[in-house]
Design a protein around this ligand. Structure first.
Ligand SMILES: Nc1ncnc2c1ncn2[C@@H]1O[C@H](COP(=O)(O)OP(=O)(O)OP(=O)(O)O)[C@@H](O)[C@H]1O
Ligand SMILES: O=P(O)(O)OC[C@H]1O[C@H](OP(=O)(O)OP(=O)(O)O)[C@H](O)[C@@H]1O
Length: 204
């Protein structure tokens, strides 16, 4: 049987995704959860896991070097890649929102928006007919309004703790986010039976 390659995101989605796979009864090697290896075999399942940055999971899947993978809906919306979304895993729940300093209007000619999600942010402001300048950052997005780099941010909110502790408030909720099981379209066609079995076990 052909080995199935599964792209797993490292970082905060990993723990919940790993737990979900264990709950679904998959026989996973301990080293998947407890090593620095980037390729981990699960011989009893006929799987091979590759461990990548969350933003890179859809890249591996789109190029077909991973058959399936787990990715945040935020990453899927931002990248708009040619992949199939198979299942909402309902893990790593959060949402994307605009936020900024309290009681501030966006009354500049072209307000600056700091974000890790330039596409989602542009689309949101375009849909409201507002012209903005997008400033792309890689993390600590909440810093931007505090230090005068931007009037608003577009970022993930989960507990709201980061906004609160930095004296920021939420303005608009843009979209709810959870992690999804995704597949390469060709892999899905060729290995549909095995992939559907995985989907069914995870759905339960
Ligand atoms: N606060 C949060 N609560 C729940 N899920 C989150 C939260 N922040 C991000 N996520 C989800 O987890 C994914 C990012 O995970 P993580 O923070 O580990 O990676 P990252 O942002 O690439 O971080 P780093 O670059 O520090 O590795 C996002 O795509 C999103 O779907
Ligand atoms: O609402 P909360 O529960 O506080 O979570 C939201 C924070 O979590 C994420 O940041 P992350 O920890 O990934 O840090 P980074 O943006 O600096 O990478 C996100 O970008 C927010 O800053």
């Amino acid at each position: 049987m052909d080995k199935l390659t599964i792209a797993m995101p490292k970082g905060r989605i990993f723990e919940e995704a790993y737990e979900l796979l264990v709950k679904a009864g998959f026989d996973l090697p301990e080293e998947l959860d407890d090593s620095r290896k980037l390729i981990v075999e699960a011989p009893n399942e006929g799987f091979r896991f590759i461990l990548s940055k969350p933003m890179d999971v859809p890249v591996y899947v789109e190029h077909g070097v991973a058959d399936i993978g787990i990715a945040g809906k935020d990453v899927l919306l931002e990248q708009g890649r040619d992949i199939h979304e198979l299942l909402d895993l309902e893990i790593s729940r959060c949402y994307i929102a605009t936020a900024g300093l309290p009681d501030t209007a966006m009354d500049e000619m072209t307000p600056r928006i700091a974000t890790k999600y330039p596409d989602i942010a542009s689309q949101f402001f375009r849909s409201r007919g507002e012209q903005v300048e997008i400033i792309e950052l890689n993390g600590s997005i909440e810093l931007a309004p505090m230090i005068g780099l931007a009037e608003r941010i577009v970022d993930i909110v989960s507990t709201g703790k980061t906004l609160k502790e930095n004296g920021l408030v939420e303005y608009d909720k843009i979209v709810d986010i959870t992690s999804r099981l995704i597949a390469n379209p060709v892999s899905y066609r060729l290995k549909q039976k095995r992939i559907d079995e995985i989907v069914e076990r995870l759905r339960k």
